[in-house]
Structure formats: C-alpha cells, structure tokens
Design a protein around this ligand. Structure first.
Ligand SMILES: Nc1nc2c(ncn2[C@@H]2O[C@H](COP(=O)(O)OP(=O)(O)OP(=O)(O)O)[C@@H](O)[C@H]2O)c(=O)[nH]1
Ligand SMILES: [Mg+2]
Length: 329
C-alpha cells in the first residue's frame, strides 16, 4: 500500500490561522496519530504555529461525576460566544469510558454549544496513558488558539490523576461541588482542592439554594487553612446554577479578574513557562517509554522478567540491565 502523501504543513498552518474548522479537526487528528512520519509533521506544525498560541484564557474544570461540568460549560460557553468570544471545549479522560455513546451524551448535554458556529468541541483522544492523552489535549488547545479560539475550557473526569494534568495545562482550575455533604469535601483528594483557583457550588436553584450557601461557607472555612497556590490570588468560593444561568456571569468575572491579576504580576507568563518545560519532560518520558509498549520482543519478555523479579530469582538491577540491553539493540 502506498503511504499517504505527507501533509503540506505550510498550507495546514495557513488554513488553521484562517480559522478553518475542518482543517483544524484534521490537524488534531494528525497530532493524535502515532505514526512516526505524522509525529514529525505534527511537531513541525506546532513549531510553525507557536507564535499564534497563548492568546486564550485557559480554564480547567473538574468535579465529581454528575456535578454539572458539561452543563456548566454549555451555559458559560454560550454566554461567551454571545459576547463575541470563540470557545473551544476539550476533555481529558484517559479511561476508555468515553466511547462513541458518551461523546454523543456529552454533545446532547451541550446542546447550545454543539450547534454554535463559534464553539468547537473536541472529545478526549482515544484511551491511552494519561501522559499521552493529556499531551495531545494540550497540543489541541494550542491548535485551537492558533485558529482564533480565545477561551479554552477543558473538562476532566473527577477521578484519578487527570486533574493534575489539566491544572498543568490551564491558567485557572475550577473545582465544582454539589450543595450539601460539605464537611468531608465530598471525598475529594486534598491535592485537588489545593489546585483549585475557585470552588463553585453548582445547582444552587430551587430547594437547593440554602444548602448551596451553607456548603459554600464550609468550603470557605476549609480553604482558609490551606496555603494559597498563588501569592496574587486567594481562591474564592461561589454558588451558581448552570441550569438557570444564575451566577454564571459572576463566575466568569472571577476568572477574568484572576487572569488580569496574574498577568499584571508576571505570574501568568511564569506559570505558562514552567508548564511548557513540564510538558517537554512529560512528552520525552512518554517517548522514551514507547519501546516498552511497542517492541514485540520486549513486550513478550516482560511477563517472564517480572515473574522472576517477583519470585526473587532475578535481582531488579539485573532485570534492568537485561531490559536496557534489549532496548539498546
Ligand atoms: N438542578 C440542577 N441540575 C443541574 C445543574 N447543572 C447540571 N444539572 C444536572 O445534573 C446532571 C449532570 O450534569 P452534567 O453536566 O452532565 O454533569 P457532568 O459533571 O458533566 O457529568 P460527567 O461528565 O458524567 O462527570 C444532569 O442531569 C444535569 O441536567 C444545575 O445547575 N441545577
Ligand atoms: Mg460531562
């Protein structure tokens, strides 16, 4: 079979800068590809577009399943496109949970944005290692910026390490909570609360308003005893309703306020710089580990080596030497 012609990077870059959504989608598929020639082309494309990136407000959104992340993104995103912004919505979900069905479910929960010409929704790359999935999502974010999207909203499943990866690619990390069950921070790992630039209690509507306010007061007290993530920002706690839209504008104003304060203090640029270096290392690590996943002989040998190490027949150091020899072949 003849290999497909290498993509014309100059042309791709030009069409992305012009905001062509079809080309943007194609470019994202290119960066998600594992083929070596595609990877080289994707890297060249990222380099070519680098000067057009960095102009968006990047917001990570997390919270327990069902807290209302997608509904919030739909309400917030629609408000922003109505105000003339272009909004990209991405997800990080390294579990294979997100099949075609749940992508569809997400789109039906984002009914406004799904049909909005100024919104671009791209689901999580197909399952893989968290490092790989997150790195692709970050590059997708940059492509969207180059295409003129000036707000990027990244939804993450409220479990596992994906929150940290999303906090590491965004400027603002928004933690959503439910009314009630405030005292134990709803089973969330303390590490996630420490990453939050704001806690927002959703579903403050109907009978829930008083409970939402009570939960917010508890979170405020809880946040008080944590060291703030930034010297220029103390994470606020707000209540809102994604369903009625009440409080959505105030929520966005907090995000903008944070953006302006951190930009003025030089912290935004510093944070992004640090993130970029982190991503370089994450991608390098991913690359260096690849032979362990793709080299047939190595993959075939690993179960035996692991069993020998577990049984005490093979010293871990000897196993590493053996594996390193196989890698170096
Ligand atoms: N009453 C009320 N219901 C809401 C609100 N926001 C979301 N919901 C409902 O909560 C349910 C879950 O909302 P989603 O937006 O799908 O939640 P999610 O956090 O994205 O869920 P996963 O992606 O599955 O983790 C849906 O039935 C929504 O209609 C709100 O502000 N008020
Ligand atoms: Mg969702």
């Amino acid at each position: 079979m003849a290999a497909a012609a290498p993509p014309d990077i100059g042309r791709l870059a030009r069409d992305i800068r012009a905001g062509d959504r079809t080309v943007l989608s194609r470019a994202i598929t290119l960066i998600e590809s594992k083929r070596a020639d595609h990877r080289r082309a994707a890297a060249a494309l990222m380099q070519k577009l680098l000067d057009a990136t960095g102009k968006a407000v990047r917001v990570g959104i997390t919270g327990a399943p069902g807290v209302g992340k997608s509904t919030t993104i739909d309400a917030l995103g629609s408000m922003l496109t109505a105000a003339g912004r272009k909004v990209a919505v991405l997800t990080v979900d390294p579990s294979s949970r997100r099949t075609g069905g749940s992508i569809l479910a997400d789109k039906t929960r984002m009914t406004h944005l799904a049909n909005d010409p100024n919104a671009f929704i791209r689901p999580s790359p197909a399952s893989g290692t968290l490092g790989g999935v997150a790195a692709k999502t970050r590059e997708t974010m940059l492509l969207c910026e180059a295409a003129g999207y000036d707000v990027v909203l990244v939804e993450t499943v409220g479990v596992g390490q994906s929150e940290i990866a999303v906090a590491d690619m965004t400027d603002f990390f928004l933690l959503l909570m439910l009314p009630g069950a405030g005292d134990e921070l709803q089973g969330l790992k303390k590490g996630v609360v420490e990453l939050a630039d704001m806690i927002a209690v959703n579903k403050a509507d109907g009978d829930n308003v008083a409970r939402a306010k009570a939960a917010a007061a508890e979170y405020r007290a809880a946040l008080h005893i944590l060291a703030p993530r930034s010297p220029n920002w103390s994470p606020p706690v707000v209540t809102y309703s994604a369903l009625t839209g009440e409080g959505i504008a105030a929520l966005w104003n907090k995000i903008l306020d944070h953006h302006e304060k951190l930009a003025a203090a030089g912290e935004l640029a510093a944070r992004r710089g640090e993130q970029q270096v982190k991503w370089m290392w994450a991608m390098l690590e991913e690359r260096l580990f690849e032979p362990l996943r793709s080299d047939r002989a190595l993959k075939a040998a690993l179960p035996r080596i692991e069993a020998d190490v577990a049984a005490g027949r093979l010293a871990p150091a000897t196993a590493v030497e053996e594996l390193a020899d196989m890698l170096g072949r």
